[in-house]
Design a protein. Structure first.
Length: 150
């Protein structure tokens, strides 16, 4: 048994402390999974029926990179697939997945900023979720836990 300096009840030596960073990492992985699914749906719709996005815009449909909604759909589809695949290593706790997850969420955040004119409320929700994912993956715990795979 370990003695506690604060006078609290001692814990057995085999106990593993669950840090708040572990909770944020798990939350980020689940949100990345959901963001990946939403991006896949957005990408498929943009590829197959681009009129859905073009009719929602009051002016001519222009995007910062390309005006072709099918190309934009493929980019969003690929980012969604990457986020979907990265969600599982993030949840398991691989250290490289944290960095890759931050990068994928950052790319998705930039894509949604560029997509803001087409669906403002939807884009703002996705941007907010990406910021939460980046924060959750950037949080560093007090020390390694049993679930960390470093």
């Amino acid at each position: 048994m370990n003695a506690s300096p604060t006078g609290a009840r001692p814990r057995p030596a085999g106990d593993v402390e669950i840090s708040s960073a572990l909770g944020w990492r798990f939350f980020s992985g689940i949100v990345m999974l959901l963001l990946g699914i939403m991006n896949l749906i957005d990408g498929i719709i943009a590829i197959t029926d681009s009129d859905v996005f073009e009719t929602n815009l009051a002016t001519s449909p222009s995007l910062p990179v390309t005006d072709n909604m099918a190309v934009w759909g493929w980019v969003v589809l690929i980012v969604g697939f990457v986020m979907l695949v990265l969600a599982f290593p993030v949840i398991v706790g691989f250290p490289w997945a944290r960095v890759a997850g931050i990068a994928a969420a950052g790319v998705d955040l930039l894509l949604e900023f560029a997509f803001l004119a087409h669906f403002p409320l939807w884009s703002l929700i996705i941007i907010f979720l990406n910021v939460l994912v980046i924060f959750g993956l950037a949080v560093k715990g007090a020390g390694p836990t049993e679930l960390d795979r470093s």
